[in-house]
Design a protein around this ligand. Structure first.
Ligand code: HSE
Length: 309
């Protein structure tokens, strides 16, 4: 809600990074959940953050995703101004559905609107990546870009920022979030830094196939391109019953899927909503059986990024 020229409220969507084979270069926005941020512009320089949720995130601006993103923006802004931010997160930190990106993207989009849209989207991604660096130690844009643009985005390059929004056919998304925390920094730490050429060839074939499948609306091509031979084999050990969840999803009719971002959430694409609901039931029964608490979402790809309401 836009109350007056000094205050703005934004809603920033959850996102799924990587989309299985596209580590750090592909991502999409989810229709829910969304974080809410209210931002006020102030004559007092700096950033002040109030958390209106129970996640206990740090409020020191340099250690906070919102703070780091807005400080990066303020460093390129003339004049004595600052921001006060009230943050209400619905996206649990460490869930693998772009919690830090929602905070960073919501903050920079809201603040930019209070500045009369002084910065373009590439700038906003640059600022928000400073927030991602606080969260994961790395300036990756594959959650931020879809959070700001909406839809599915290809990050052809993050430095310099080069984002390509992709067309896509109707898709339903089932997300299952086992209630464990996987820190992105830890999930990156365990990755191999060298890959075999034969694996790289298979992976870029899949990435190209997935992009072509989205653009052409070719469900079969999307389905067979959802394969990751580089990152998933290592990271899946962090996620309880990962192979079973995947197998049960496919048995229930999913097109494919895998780890959402760095996990622990897992996402699956389905062509029909009824299938996505069957997939939800199938994966829920796996975690119920092993006694692991979880949350699920059945949702769609959001065509909208951060919304100012
Ligand atoms: N591309 C990042 C990773 C996304 O997989 O580490 C983190 O959400």
């Amino acid at each position: 809600m836009k109350n007056d020229l000094n205050e703005v409220t934004v809603y920033a969507p959850a996102t799924v990074a990587n989309i299985v084979c596209g580590f750090d270069v592909l991502g999409f926005a989810l229709s829910n959940p969304c974080d809410k941020l209210t931002i006020r512009i102030s004559r007092t320089p700096g950033v002040r953050i109030t958390n209106l949720d129970s996640f206990g995130l740090p409020v020191e601006p340099e250690q906070n995703v919102i703070g780091a993103s807005l400080l990066a923006m303020l460093s390129e802004t003339q004049g004595h101004i600052g921001f006060d931010v009230d943050s209400t997160k619905a996206i649990k930190p460490g869930s693998g559905i772009g919690s830090s990106a929602a905070s960073a993207s919501g903050a920079v989009v809201g603040a930019n609107s209070l500045l009369g849209d002084r910065f373009n989207r590439q700038d906003l991604i640059r600022f928000a990546m400073c927030g991602e660096q606080v969260a994961s130690g790395v300036k990756h844009a594959d959650n931020i870009a879809p959070c700001i643009y909406g839809g599915i985005t290809l990050i052809r390059s993050s430095q310099p920022v080069d984002i390509v929004p992709l067309d896509f056919p109707p898709l339903f998304v089932t997300v299952i979030h086992p209630q464990i925390e996987v820190r992105t920094s830890d999930a990156r730490e365990i990755l191999r830094t060298r890959v075999l050429l034969k694996d790289a060839v298979r992976q870029w074939g899949n990435i190209a196939g997935l992009v072509a499948g989205f653009m052409k609306g070719d469900y079969n091509l999307i389905s067979r391109s959802l394969e990751d031979v580089i990152v998933e084999p290592t990271r899946s050990i962090l996620i309880p019953a990962f192979s079973r969840i995947k197998q049960e999803s496919m048995n229930a009719g999913a097109m494919g899927g895998g780890i959402s971002g760095s996990g622990p959430s897992i996402f699956m694409f389905s062509k029909e909503e009824s299938t996505a609901i069957k997939v939800e039931k199938a994966v829920a029964s796996v975690y119920t059986e092993i006694g692991l608490p979880f949350h699920t979402y059945v949702t769609t790809i959001s065509k909208e990024g951060v919304q100012i309401r």
